[in-house]
Design a protein around this ligand. Structure first.
Ligand SMILES: *[C@@H]1O[C@H](CO)[C@@H](O)[C@H](O)[C@H]1NC(C)=O
Ligand SMILES: *[C@@H]1O[C@H](CO)[C@@H](O)[C@H](O)[C@H]1NC(C)=O
Ligand SMILES: *[C@@H]1O[C@H](CO)[C@@H](O)[C@H](O)[C@H]1NC(C)=O
Ligand SMILES: [Fe+2]
Length: 478
């Protein structure tokens, strides 16, 4: 309780000191490293030793509830084995799972052999050791399964977007690795390989896979696709959207009854995470629309209090970059987010950081109604974390004046963490990359939308920051 008060005070002070009661545009400006990709021969992309050694190892959740992982890797020289050997003590692999292998071409690039193996039937809250690859080239990793589905399960998510493969990307990844995050919610735009042409597109997907292995081989990254995954490149004869991405980054979509790897949901600890595709059809009657309608009904806040939505294009964005691009999805899904009391929507796309108050704009219907966003206690907080550090650089031009709904914005690279404590409290941080240091810049206690409720909603208009962070548990209200 005491620490809550301190957070509250801190946040209110911050808002007053800088900008009265309105939202805050951080004036912080730091010189960044050049937005150029790390050279191919850099150790960040080092090849593992040995003939046909597995590389680009990464894992993601493999089922609905966290008792399975999908392990994926690439062998460069020949298909080799798709087997995963695993167990609960180091070097002792009592179990095996058999996966599949495939390859693809992209213009004149031929991929390595891409393995995918579902390892299921795992115990909760257990450290597993695994080994992949053959003979002398075998490689060893480990991962920790999440706690069982429980409303009070504590869990720490990292949120990263628009990462790319520059020195700024490396800084973000290194900071994230030191954050204690247990699973990454990745909000789209992975490798930026589509900034290259011909053979190099595939080459840069491979370097990115080797780059993220240091984290993604040891903990799940939950994937959400962005525009840089589309790779519609007719001048090279490549017109199948998401070809590289879908070959390389599997998702557990059938487990949530989705028909497409680009949208799906998982449950992990006390969180229900819904992944949407900004670049797949989503209007009424499309498969994604129908699926989301059903998935929202499956959310059980008594089991998983925290309802988190990931998408690439932000619905609320006051940066000049990508301004209004989220409007189409907003008109389709925003009313559902309010109806189902989504806790937080994370997006990327804009290469800056921004957080909204709890607001909605669902009353206008072209012929009548109030057309502006208004404070809404049932609405999610919208957070844009498209600041992983890719080669396109920062989006430094925010619209002026700052819209009323925008609580905090800053054009710096960084990542976020959401540390769920129990069914009512989650501690949120945005961490700016700052001269090699991780600096917690925007931090507050997020109160659950189902189990907590605001006692001070009447003051919402007067002091909105207050409204985001001050809620009371349901028990106190009753
Ligand atoms: C939930 O977590 C918060 C923050 O750590 C703590 O203050 C609160 O007492 C916890 N609630 C319960 C019911 O344990
Ligand atoms: C996959 O690999 C096999 C064996 O090396 C090769 O014959 C085939 O052409 C490759 N397929 C694609 C689509 O590149
Ligand atoms: C449009 O909005 C107005 C005012 O909120 C409402 O009375 C009316 O029923 C709405 N019309 C439709 C077709 O939704
Ligand atoms: Fe993007």
């Amino acid at each position: 309780m005491l620490s809550n008060r301190i957070w509250l005070l801190f946040s209110i002070l911050l808002s007053f000191v800088h900008n009265g009661i309105a939202g805050l545009t951080s004036s912080f400006i730091r010189s960044e490293w050049p937005s150029t990709d790390i050279p191919l021969d850099n150790e960040a992309f080092a090849l593992p030793k040995g003939y046909n050694a597995p590389q680009q190892v990464h894992i993601t959740q493999g089922d609905y509830d966290g008792k399975a992982v999908i392990i994926s890797w690439v062998t460069p020289d020949e298909p080799g084995s798709s087997q995963v050997r695993y167990g609960i003590s180091e070097g002792k692999y009592d179990f095996t799972a058999k996966g599949t292998v495939k390859n693809y071409t992209f213009h004149n690039y031929k991929s390595g052999y891409i393995h995918k193996c579902l390892v299921d039937g795992l115990e909760y809250d257990t450290k597993y050791y695994y080994e992949i690859g053959d003979h002398d080239s075998a490689r060893k990793f480990w991962f920790q399964t999440p706690p069982r589905i429980d409303p009070d399960a504590s869990y720490k998510f990292g949120i990263i977007g628009d990462l790319g493969q520059t020195y700024n990307s490396l800084s973000t990844l290194e900071h994230y690795k030191r954050s204690g995050g247990q699973t990454v919610l990745f909000v789209g735009d992975l490798s930026y390989a589509d900034r290259y042409q011909y053979h190099d597109v595939g080459v840069r997907w491979d370097t990115w896979g080797r780059f993220i292995e240091q984290s993604a081989a040891y903990q799940p990254w939950i994937w959400c696709a962005g525009n840089h995954e589309i790779e519609y490149m007719p001048y090279m004869g490549e017109v199948t959207p998401f070809k590289s991405y879908l070959h390389r980054y599997p998702t557990p979509y059938p487990a949530s009854k989705s028909s497409d790897p680009l949208w799906y949901a998982i449950r992990r600890g006390s969180a229900h995470v819904i992944v949407l595709s900004s670049y797949s059809p989503f209007v009424k009657y499309t498969p994604q629309w129908r699926w989301l309608a059903e998935e929202l009904k499956r959310v059980d806040r008594k089991k998983t209090p925290w309802l988190i939505v990931l998408m690439h294009v932000p619905i609320y964005n006051s940066n000049e970059a990508h301004f209004m691009e989220g409007e189409s999805m907003r008109t389709v899904f925003e009313s559902w987010f309010v109806k189902y009391k989504v806790d937080v929507v994370f997006a990327g796309h804009v290469h800056a950081y921004e957080r909204s108050y709890r607001i909605s704009n669902i009353h206008y219907n072209v012929s009548s109604g109030y057309p502006y966003p208004v404070p809404d206690k049932s609405a999610p907080v919208y957070i844009t974390v498209g600041d992983g550090g890719n080669q396109e650089g920062l989006a430094g031009r925010f619209r002026d004046p700052q819209p009323e709904y925008s609580a905090f914005r800053e054009a710096s690279y960084g990542h976020s963490t959401l540390e769920i404590k129990n069914r009512t409290h989650a501690l949120y941080h945005w961490n700016r990359n700052d001269d090699g240091k991780k600096v917690a810049t925007d931090a507050f206690m997020l109160y659950n939308q189902y189990w907590g409720t605001s006692k001070r909603r009447r003051n919402l208009r007067k002091n909105r920051l207050y409204s985001v962070i001050v809620n009371r548990p349901l028990s106190e209200r009753l």
